[in-house]
Design a protein around this ligand. Structure first.
Ligand code: GTQ
Ligand code: FE2
Length: 350
């Protein structure tokens, strides 16, 4: 029905809009783009080449020291869609961290949860709440929310790894807290593994019984490191068992089967040489990194060539798929646990 008693000719309307703005109010009927039929992410499909990441990180290592103040020598992947924010996607920080031979990054803790994935190299170790975690190619290391962590590289070679944090989520919720910690004296460690692995990584489906309650109730996985040998074996066995062209595993909390941390889901996907993966879309964004192989990634309507060490960003609801020229192993992190917890997770085959 026409609402003809309202006319734009009415001069009082301009006055109303002026007064509305002056009162820090906005009329919904003048706003658009709020309730879109589908997600309209600002994050754009993007790929950072390994070559640029590693050469610029190494140059930073020559010119920039690690001291209190800087603390971490990290080049943050800045998605060009995010207006200059140092975030890979709207919900995830991803950065290449470089630690020179003999260097140490001092202890601290914070509410944003972090993980490290080693794309190449070994020799450094991260100390998480006192537990030393040696890091090597293909390993996933967790530093959950509010755990003290420091990085040491007692070796003769520099080392680099990919950091992923839920910082944009925690920052959006205005829940960022940070504290410095007391440094542990560094030095070469002889431990080949961590206490977390000895206790929680003994064997598939086997978890310790009779431990204190606190340990079971932590919001994150008590297993703080997931080794390449384990994921490699699982992927190979899955491919053999299914006879398919791709395999996928999720890193889980051995105690609960939940994601390793409350805000981030970690996965590894393997696509056989000459094959294409399924293409899917899901709500929430993803950061991917190529551990091995060569091929192409489809993100939205764009294709990017992939080589080992490349990092890429998948916006929410963008079709995502992999094509392998050579047997491709891609590690990725998504914010899926957050969307699931809020009842906002959707997934669809494209
Ligand atoms: O290694 O503790 O990339 O605190 C960003 C913030 C790494 C770290 C990052 C951090 C760290
Ligand atoms: Fe940190």
């Amino acid at each position: 029905m026409a609402t003809s008693r309202f006319t734009d000719q009415d001069g009082r309307l301009d006055e109303l809009y002026g007064d509305v703005a002056a009162a820090d109010l906005q009329p919904l009927w003048k706003l658009s783009g709020l309730l879109t039929p589908e997600p309209v992410p600002r994050t754009v499909p993007y790929r950072w080449r390994a070559e640029a990441l590693s050469t610029l990180a190494a140059r930073s290592g020559e010119l920039v020291g690690i001291d209190r103040g800087g603390d971490r020598r990290v080049l943050a992947c800045a998605n060009p869609g995010l207006g200059g924010a140092p975030y890979a996607t709207s919900t995830m920080w991803a950065g290449m961290q470089y630690l020179g031979a003999g260097e140490r990054a001092p202890a601290h803790r914070h509410t944003p949860a972090a993980l490290r994935f080693v794309l190449a190299g070994e020799g450094a170790w991260t100390l998480v709440d006192g537990d030393p975690l040696p890091m090597a190619t293909g390993d996933l290391v967790l530093t959950p929310s509010m755990t003290f962590h420091e990085h040491h590289n007692p070796g003769a070679e520099p080392m680099m790894w990919l950091d992923v944090l839920d910082l944009p989520v925690v920052a959006a919720l205005d829940a960022v807290f940070f504290e410095e910690g007391a440094d542990t004296q560094g030095g070469p460690r002889s431990d080949p593994d961590s206490a977390a692995e000895r206790l929680w990584g003994a064997g598939p489906g086997l978890v310790p019984g009779g431990l204190g309650k606190a340990r079971h109730e932590a919001a994150h996985s008590p297993l703080l490191v997931y080794r390449r040998a384990g994921t490699d074996k699982a992927l190979a066995a899955q491919l053999a068992a299914t006879g398919g062209t791709e395999a996928q595993i999720r890193y889980t909390n051995p105690q609960t089967g939940a994601d390793v941390m409350p805000t981030m889901r970690c996965e590894m996907r393997r696509v056989r040489a000459g094959s294409r993966s399924r293409t899917t879309r899901q709500t929430g964004s993803r950061v991917g990194a190529v551990l091995a192989g060569a091929g192409e990634v489809l993100i939205g309507d764009q294709r990017f060539a992939l080589a080992p060490g490349d990092v890429f960003a998948v916006p929410s609801w963008a079709p995502y798929g992999l094509a392998a020229e050579e047997h491709l192993d891609v590690f990725s992190v998504s914010d899926a646990p957050v969307l699931e917890a809020l009842g906002l997770y959707r997934e669809r085959e494209c």
